[in-house]
Write a protein that binds this ligand. Structure first.
Ligand code: TYD
Ligand code: MG
Length: 464
C-alpha cells in the first residue's frame, strides 16, 4: 500500500498520526500535531540501497570494536559520548536557549580541529559573531571552517566538498530544505533536514552534531521529534545564572545513558570539571544546621553534593515546600516520614531545599540525607563535621540499602571525610579503613546517631 503523502507529527514527542487531532494520541499533549509531508524515496536512492546490502554475516565475524573513536581532550566529553566521538554518527545536543550549547560545541570544534577539518555551520549567528566567540574561547584554528548558512542543500554540499571529521549544525531549527513548502523550524523541515544529514553522516563518515533548542512555548519543533532519528541525544542542563552545566546522555547507541559530564561556565567559556566533588562542596556552610553532604552516584561516577534545608515558620495558611535539585514529590514524602516516623513536629512550617551548584540529585539514596538535613535545621543542630550520609528511606522510616555503596564511601574517604551514616547490612570488605561507618536501620536511629552529644566531633575536613 502506498504511504500517504501527508501525516501529522507531534512537536512534543515526535509521534506520528495519520489524521489531525487536537490531542496527540501518543503523549496526550494538546495542540501539538503538525502536518508534515512524507518525502517519497527517490527511485535511484531506493535502488542504491538494494545493491549496497552485503547480505547476512555470522555475528562471530563482526568486529564490535570497529568503531574507532576520536578521543577528545576533555575527559568529561569522552565519558558522555561513551569513550569518544564515533565517526559517521549523528548527535543531537539539546538545551534551552542561552544555556551554552554553541559555546560547548565551539570547544569541541577546537579539539577536533587539532586532528582534522571541522565545519561549523551557523544558521543563527553571523560569521563575525561566531569568530568573536571563537576568539574569546581561544578556539580559532585554520582547520576550523565557518559557514553561515540555512539552506540544507548548501550545507550538505559544503560537507561533501570539505569532508570534515566533524560538522556542527547550529541549529537544526534554522535549516530548511527548499524542496519542502513548510517554514524552517516546522516538524517537516526539521525531520527532513536531519534525515538528509543522517544519510550523509553514515555515507561519508563525518560526525555531525545538531543543536536543538528546547523552548517551553513549543513554537519550534522540539528536539524530541529528532530523538528517534539520531544515534546520540545529549542535553545540556543548568541555570544560566549558575556556574555549573551538566551534559547528560539520554540516548546513546554507542555507550551508556547514565553518564554525565560536568562543566563550569566562566569568562573564557566552559571548562571541564574533572573533580566535581571538590568543586561542589562549599566550605563555609558545611558546619551550619540544615547542611548535609550526600554521596550520590551518577552513572559510574560518585559525586559528593551539599544539600541544604531551611525550615521556617510560615506566614501563610498553606505552608510552602520548595525544592531545587531534588524532586518535589520525594520531598513531600520525606517530610511525611520525618514527621510521622521520627515524630519531629514540622506542622505548618515552610521548607526550602536546595542542592548546591545547580546539581540535580534524583536517586533515592539521597533520602536519608534529605531527612537529616530537615531534622538538623528543625532542631537547629548541625551535623558533626566530616560526615556523609547515604541511604534510601521507606515509608515506615526504615533505612534501605543502596547500590554502589563502596564507590560512594571511597569517594568520601578520598575527599577527607571521616564518618559515614549508612544503611545496615552488606559486606564490609570494600569499605575504606579511614572512614568510620555507622550503620543505621531506622530514621530515628540515624537522628540519634547524627545528633548525639556523645559523638566525638570528627576533625574538621579541609577542602581546598
Ligand atoms: P551560548 O553558547 O550562546 O548558548 P546557546 O547556544 O545554548 O543558546 O551561551 C550563551 C551564554 O553563555 C551567555 O549567557 C553568556 C555565556 N557565556 C559565558 O559566560 N562565557 C563565555 O565565554 C561565553 C562564550 C558565553
Ligand atoms: Mg547558540
Amino acid at each position: 500500500m502506498a504511504r500517504p503523502s501527508t501525516v501529522f507529527a507531534c512537536s512534543e514527542c515526535g509521534g506520528e498520526s495519520p489524521k489531525w487531532a487536537g490531542q496527540c494520541p501518543h503523549c496526550k499533549a494538546w495542540n501539538t500535531l503538525e502536518e508534515f509531508k512524507v518525502v517519497q524515496p527517490r527511485k535511484g536512492r531506493e535502488a542504491e540501497r538494494k545493491t549496497q546490502s552485503a547480505g547476512p554475516v555470522p555475528l562471530t565475524d563482526i568486529d564490535a570494536d570497529d568503531a574507532p573513536r576520536l578521543v577528545l581532550d576533555w575527559g568529561e566529553l569522552n565519558r558522555v559520548l561513551g569513550g569518544g566521538m564515533v565517526p559517521g554518527s549523528l548527535v543531537l545536543v539539546g538545551g534551552e536557549p542561552g544555556v551554552g550549547k554553541s559555546t560547548l560545541l565551539m570547544h569541541l570544534a577546537r579539539q577536533v580541529a587539532a586532528r582534522g577539518a571541522v565545519l561549523y555551520v551557523s544558521g543563527e549567528e553571523s560569521a563575525r559573531q561566531v569568530k568573536m566567540r571563537a576568539d574569546r574561547l581561544g578556539a580559532v584554528h585554520d582547520r576550523l571552517l565557518m559557514l553561515p548558512e540555512t539552506d540544507a542543500d548548501a550545507v550538505l554540499g559544503a560537507i561533501e566538498i570539505t569532508a570534515p571529521k566533524l560538522a556542527i549544525v547550529d541549529s537544526i531549527q534554522t535549516m530548511y530544505d527548499a524542496g519542502l513548502e513548510a517554514a524552517a523550524g516546522t516538524v517537516s523541515q526539521v525531520r527532513e533536514c536531519a534525515a538528509r544529514l543522517q544519510r550523509l553522516a553514515k555515507a561519508s563518515g563525518t560526525t555531525i552534531f545538531l543543536v536543538g533548542h528546547v523552548t517551553k512555548e513549543g513554537s519550534l519543533a522540539g528536539p524530541r521529534v529528532l530523538e528517534h532519528m539520531v544515534d546520540t541525544v545529549l542535553y545540556l542542563e543548568g541555570d544560566r545564572h549558575q556556574e555549573f552545566r551538566i551534559l547528560r546522555a539520554t540516548k546513546n547507541r554507542f555507550g551508556s545513558t547514565d553518564e554525565i559530564g560536568i562543566f563550569s561556565m566562566g569568562e573564557a567559556g566552559l571548562e571541564e570539571v574533572a573533580d566535581p566533588s571538590a568543586a561542589l562542596l562549599g566550605e563555609n556552610s558545611l558546619n551550619s544546621s540544615g547542611t548535609v553532604v550526600l554521596a550520590a552516584v551518577e552513572g559510574t561516577r560518585p559525586l559528593l553534593v551539599e544539600l541544604q534545608s531551611l525550615v521556617t515558620d510560615s506566614p501563610y495558611e498553606l505552608p510552602r515546600r520548595s525544592a531545587t535539585g531534588v524532586d518535589l514529590n520525594r520531598l513531600h514524602m520525606i517530610i511525611a516520614v520525618v514527621e510521622t516516623r521520627a515524630r519531629l513536629r514540622i506542622g505548618k512550617r515552610d521548607i526550602f531545599v536546595n542542592v548546591a551548584g545547580g546539581i540535580r540529585v534524583s536517586e533515592p539514596a539521597a533520602d536519608l540525607g534529605l531527612a537529616l538535613s530537615i531534622a538538623s535545621n528543625l532542631m537547629d543542630q548541625p551535623l558533626p563535621g566530616g560526615t556523609v550520609v547515604i541511604g534510601e528511606l521507606g515509608l515506615t522510616g526504615e533505612v534501605r540499602r543502596v547500590g554502589q555503596l563502596d564507590r560512594r564511601l571511597q569517594e568520601a574517604a578520598r575527599r577527607g571525610f571521616t564518618r559515614a551514616i549508612i544503611p545496615s547490612g552488606g559486606t564490609v570488605a570494600g569499605r575504606p579503613a579511614e572512614l568510620d561507618c555507622i550503620e543505621v536501620r531506622h530514621l530515628t536511629e540515624a537522628i540519634s546517631v547524627a545528633f548525639s552529644p556523645d559523638l566525638v566531633p570528627a576533625p574538621r575536613i579541609h577542602i581546598e
